[in-house]
Design a protein around this ligand. Structure first.
Ligand code: GDP
Length: 438
């Protein structure tokens, strides 16, 4: 999402750096440019106006004008304002019963399963999924399959019952057996009276603790209008933005809280069941401003059990090719280099450079193939890899001796980095990437 906005903001901050001194004129033109980039990102006009006004007040402060590092001071202020705009997170909130509502195609059914899976894996909750979209049998089957594949209980007491109110009543009667019950209601292609009437009736029956509206972030400002209509009728408690992985400009995410007064609670980041995240304003603001999001990266690593495997990697002198293979496999697990890049501070600035250097996820897979062509002995003692062994290994994995030589060289570099990692601090990530140049 935010890629376009992010690029523009970074270039605006770059201009401040080039100008050196922060005059009133520079501040005015900076605010003007930020305003334009927000509008271009499809942020609602009212939100942009308020944002610019708040920014102006903060930037005209004498302490900012006299700052010796104006670029950093301004970035910090814009960051704080972005966080304010995005609202707050709900990390410690306890869910009990959720009625999911939204237009057809917004990603509601998928999100129902993703949420149940998130509660199950992260909070060890016992969840029940209740399908209420009886108008689309395919939606019921889809939810059933998703529930089944993730080992989540599915309310299947239809007996050819196609009355959502009746199903909701029955499901509600067993709700106490679960930590969280998620009701997947029907959607329409547009908001209509019949849909709303049914949802209002369902709300009375289920009496949900939360009504969450699923919105497709690709819909931009239209998503916000939809939110307002649902909110008027149902008094929703929060929003879930889906397709945040897509190339929407980010306007819906940045405008949602201000315009609808509803907080974004979760974001959908892909088609797979685990592609959902609790919404953290600070992390989103960090990604927009290229400050990196190491916390999400570490969480992702923990979710994928990478941390445990990485602990098998021996640092320093014990770092052999077995360790390198584990390390490369774990990198692939958390989305390869492209997946990792999103989280690294300052990466957008050097992304073009990385592209030009042909750093790709394919390189990692090829390196793993080379290591797998080696014997146990060779992996644990790479020093014995003479010319004839290297030739055999290259033949074994269909690559050139040159590729094997380069892997060994990269291994030597990586070993040095692994040894120095803790001493070196922030620079180690950059070095790590340099190591994967083609
Ligand atoms: P519903 O009609 O609202 O129930 O929508 P579905 O749950 O059937 O989703 C419609 C399509 O959107 C499916 O192909 C989903 O895989 C896809 N989808 C849902 N959420 C996301 C998301 O966060 N990212 C991406 N890329 N696709 C999503």
């Amino acid at each position: 999402m935010f890629d376009g906005l992010s690029k523009k903001l970074l270039s605006i901050f770059g201009n401040i750096r080039n100008k050196g001194v922060l005059t009133e004129d520079v501040i005015d033109s900076t605010i003007r440019e930020i305003r334009i980039s927000l509008l271009e990102a499809d942020v609602a006009l009212s939100v942009v106006k308020q944002f610019s006004q708040d920014l102006k007040e903060k930037l005209k402060d004498q302490a900012v004008i006299k700052s010796v590092t104006p670029e950093q001071t301004i970035i910090k202020i814009v960051y704080d304002e972005l966080v304010k705009l995005l609202g707050s997170s709900n990390e410690y909130y306890t869910y009990k019963s959720i009625m999911l509502v939204g237009l057809q195609g917004s990603g509601k059914t998928t999100t129902a399963a993703k949420l149940a899976n998130l509660f199950k894996t992260k909070f060890k909750n016992k969840c029940l999924l209740v399908p209420l979209d009886t108008y689309r049998p395919a939606a019921i089957t889809q939810l059933e399959q998703l529930a089944h594949s993730s080992n989540i209980d599915f309310f299947n007491d239809f007996n050819n019952n196609d009355d959502p109110l009746d199903i909701a009543t029955k499901a509600h009667s067993v709700a106490n057996n679960y930590d969280v019950v998620i009701y997947d209601t029907a959607g329409r292609l547009y908001v209509d009276d019949k849909l709303m009437k049914e949802l209002v009736e369902l709300k009375t029956i289920i009496n949900p603790k939360d009504i969450l509206l699923v919105l497709d972030s690709m819909m931009g400002q239209d998503a916000i209008n939809t939110a307002n209509t649902f909110n008027e009728q149902l008094n929703i408690s929060g929003l879930i933005l889906t397709r945040v992985d897509g190339d929407s400009r980010g306007g819906a995410a940045l405008s949602a809280k201000s315009v609808t007064n509803c907080q974004i609670k979760f974001i959908g980041t892909g088609e797979k069941i685990k592609d959902i995240e609790i919404f953290y304003p600070e992390r989103i603001a960090s990604r927009i401003l290229d400050k990196g999001d190491i916390i999400s990266l570490v969480e992702k690593a923990i979710d994928e059990n990478v941390a445990e495997d990485i602990s098998k990697v021996k640092f320093g002198k014990g770092f052999d090719l077995n360790s390198m293979e584990t390390y490369l496999l774990q990198m692939n697990k958390i989305g390869g280099l492209s997946g990792l890049m999103k989280f690294i501070p300052g990466i957008k600035r050097i992304q073009e450079q990385l592209k030009n250097n042909n750093i790709s996820d394919k390189v990692i897979s090829r390196q793993i193939a080379i290591i797998r062509s080696m014997t146990k002995k060779e992996r644990s003692n790479p020093k014995i890899l003479d010319a004839s062994r290297r030739k055999r290994i290259a033949g074994g994995c269909g690559q050139e001796v040159y590729d094997v030589n380069r892997l060994i060289q990269q291994y030597d570099n990586l070993k040095k980095i692994m040894t120095k990692m803790y001493e070196q601090g922030p620079g180690f990530m950059q070095n790590m990437f340099n190591n994967f140049k083609k």
